[in-house]
Design a protein around this ligand. Structure first.
Ligand code: 7TS
Length: 404
């Protein structure tokens, strides 16, 4: 059993009042709070280790480089990737997907196809639209049903020898649906397509084993796994990363430069131009270590209890409509109450010290599919409690009585 009290004590941001009420933070899908050891790692880096990496012979530069590279090894292990050089540090998932899609805009040919799912975040749609525009490839959409579950028969029918890339999230940020990514990879590989899995919402909630899934690319954002903003990690299979053209040019990503010709650095540096977010990279290790100290299986079990409790309790509110009712869900519950605009409920919840996200959650096509303007989304982390869910339910009831 994990002690939630002990866990909460490690998060200074949770211990504050908002509008006179103890904070109930249920916007973890947007970003999680940070445990003290992550905050300390950032402070320690700037207080002691601060130096540029991979370039100095001096002591501090070595220290900073070692700390940054130790983090890469932690991510490699966490993903169960084979090689350290298959882990590319990015700013986050948006950059990771742009990095891959930008490369594909040069690899794709006219008439080839890219599949995205109907429940993608904009950051796993727009870069592929751009890649298709630039290459003449065609973007196709894997549909979902009214529960927010991908239509696997339609997926099988969409896959063909022209399919080069399937880009799908592991867990939907707007619906909480867990997608069958392993099966999707198997099916894609049968037609020779590659798969990019956007693991932004999976990172804090489930095991990531890129070998077991057989993902070609997999990415997470540090700030959603209790780590800093401005850092993320992209896994890519070695042979694919070697084929993929570099995303940005500059220092660090080169082997030799002359005005006539530049040769690129080996992996992973080929994709890491310029001075990165060193402090963020260093601290990411502490965030992943923190998750592993608690144990992702413990996190999963506890968060499932929270999610089930939230569904049960919210269902007692008359006029409650859940958006996304997949059997396999994690991390978030999205809902509407009668015809009340989600924003109005969100504003009242805020005044009660309860932080949720309202709106389209950067997934406008999901809202269009359900023919709604947006939802109220409560998204959970391992530090949330059933008492906080009770506060949410009371808050929604109060908002409803004020607005109807
Ligand atoms: N993919 C998914 C599934 C996401 O949920 C998000 C962020 C991203 C990609 C982009 O990640 P970033 O770190 O590069 O911004 N999702 C959310 C959200 O649900 N609320 O705020 C941000």
């Amino acid at each position: 059993m994990i002690s939630i009290e002990k866990i909460r004590a490690q998060f200074p941001a949770l211990n504050q009042k908002v509008h006179g009420h103890p904070l109930v933070y249920l916007d973890n899908g947007a970003t999680t709070h940070k445990p003290q050891q992550v905050i300390d790692a950032i402070s320690h880096y700037y207080s002691i280790q601060n130096s540029n990496i991979h370039r100095g012979v001096h002591y501090l530069s070595q220290q900073a480089t070692d700390a940054y590279e130790a983090s890469r090894e932690t991510v490699r292990k966490h993903f169960n990737a084979t090689h350290l050089h298959e882990i590319i540090f990015t700013k986050g998932n948006t950059e990771a997907i742009n990095l891959v899609a930008n490369g594909y805009s040069k690899l794709l040919n006219k008439g080839e196809e890219v599949l995205v799912s109907a429940m993608e975040h904009h950051s796993n749609i727009v870069p592929w639209q751009m890649a298709c525009q630039n290459s003449g490839a065609i973007l196709k959409v894997i549909p979902m049903d009214k529960d927010g579950v991908l239509d696997m028969d339609a997926y099988k029918n969409l896959l063909n020898s022209k399919t080069k890339m399937v880009a799908v999230n592991h867990i939907s940020n707007a619906l909480g649906t867990i997608n069958p990514v392993k099966e999707m990879c198997t099916l894609a590989h049968q037609v020779g397509a590659k798969v990019l899995i956007d693991g932004a919402q999976a990172g804090p909630h489930c095991f990531i084993d890129v070998k077991e899934i057989d993902a070609d690319y997999y990415c997470i954002s540090g700030h959603k796994v209790y780590g800093p903003t401005g850092i993320g990690a992209l896994y890519g299979k070695e042979e694919l990363l070697r084929e993929l053209p570099p995303y940005q040019g500059g220092g660090e990503m080169i082997a030799t430069v002359s005005f006539e010709k530049t040769t690129y650095a080996d992996l992973p540096h080929k994709f890491e131009a310029g001075t990165p977010n060193i402090a963020g990279g260093v601290a990411l290790k502490y965030a992943i270590d923190w998750i592993n100290e608690i144990g992702i299986d413990n996190i999963q079990k506890y968060e499932k209890e929270l999610l089930d409790y939230a569904h049960q309790q919210l269902a007692t509110i008359e006029g409650m409509r859940f958006i996304g009712q997949a059997k396999e869900k994690a991390g978030a519950v999205s809902f509407l109450v009668n015809d009340i605009h989600p924003y109005d409920i969100g504003m009242i919840l805020d005044k009660l010290g309860i932080a949720v996200r309202t709106g389209h959650h950067c997934a406008q096509p999901v809202m269009d599919a359900f023919e709604i303007p947006g939802t109220i989304r409560a998204s959970f982390a391992v530090y949330n409690t059933k008492e906080e869910i009770d506060r949410l339910v009371e808050g929604v009831k109060k908002a409803k009585s004020m607005l109807e």
